[in-house]
Design a protein around this ligand. Structure first.
Ligand code: HPA
Length: 249
């Protein structure tokens, strides 16, 4: 059985090229995950796949049941996760089409269930615990994503800080400026609490962030009409990265 899962984001609710072997809807103490987990083969590798926004892309970022998703993956034996997500580019080198493998996170989200250590559920009989999170992403997974990305010929930005906003609206220009001053290189809406929940479950986790637009104010207003095409084109780049990365993952 595979221990590797891909969490697909906007534009990646279906894994083209994934040979599906079975689907499993996992029950969790936190309710239902976004959709059934799909088990199959991709690029000759056994992988599990979960569409973060649901199989029909029907769940907005602030309403995703992150706890259920991560719990479900853990309960089927997943030990490594590559999380794909669409982001806006803040730093100059983060232009549409490029793929960022961030090494840091700043969490601007609010109102999300963000821990298994919520005083009620807990893990392994412990209800209250603060996890170590100074390096939020797994170094080995990141290295392999970067190697695969370089081999794919795509533009890879091999470090950066993912600022996570709550959404579902896009940011104001002032919010993006503040994030830039804080050191964020990209902004997206789904990077947290996913990464922290994975760490609580001791699942190795790395992110493949696809820049689909410049963030608000960086090139004028965000052209929301152009988003679907930009997302589709960005996800083509991600597939090429995954094709190469999976061979070494
Ligand atoms: N902000 C937040 N999330 C995003 C953006 C953005 O500019 N672009 C794509 N996802």
């Amino acid at each position: 059985m595979s221990t590797l899962a891909i969490i697909g984001g906007t534009g990646l609710s279906r894994m083209e090229g994934l040979t599906i072997e079975r689907r499993e809807m996992v029950k969790t103490p936190f309710g239902a995950p976004s959709c059934p987990i799909i088990f199959g083969e991709y690029s000759g590798k056994s992988v599990a796949f979960l569409a973060r926004h649901g199989s029909k892309h029907q769940i907005p970022p602030h309403q995703i049941n992150y706890c259920a998703n991560l719990w479900a993956l853990h309960s089927v034996g997943i030990e490594r996760i590559v999380a794909v997500g669409a982001v806006g580019g803040i730093a100059e080198n983060c232009s549409p089409g490029s793929i960022v493998v961030p090494d840091q996170i700043i969490d601007y989200t609010h109102g999300r269930e963000n821990s298994f250590y919520d005083g009620t559920h807990g893990l392994n009989g412990v209800n209250v615990k603060a996890i170590e999170f100074s390096e939020p992403y797994d170094a080995t997974l990141r290295e392999k994503l970067i190697k695969g990305g370089d081999a794919s010929g795509q533009t890879i930005v091999s470090e950066g800080t993912y600022g996570v906003s709550s959404g579902p609206r896009l940011e104001t220009a002032a919010e993006v400026l503040r994030m830039e001053r804080d050191g964020c290189t990209v902004v997206g809406m789904t990077g947290m609490p996913e990464a922290a929940l994975a760490r609580e479950l001791e699942i190795a986790y790395a992110c493949c962030a696809v820049v689909v637009t410049k963030a608000a104010g960086k090139a004028g207003p965000v052209d929301t009409n152009a988003l679907p095409a930009a997302v589709e084109s960005g996800m083509k780049n991600v597939r090429q990265v995954l094709d190469k990365a999976l061979a070494i993952l």
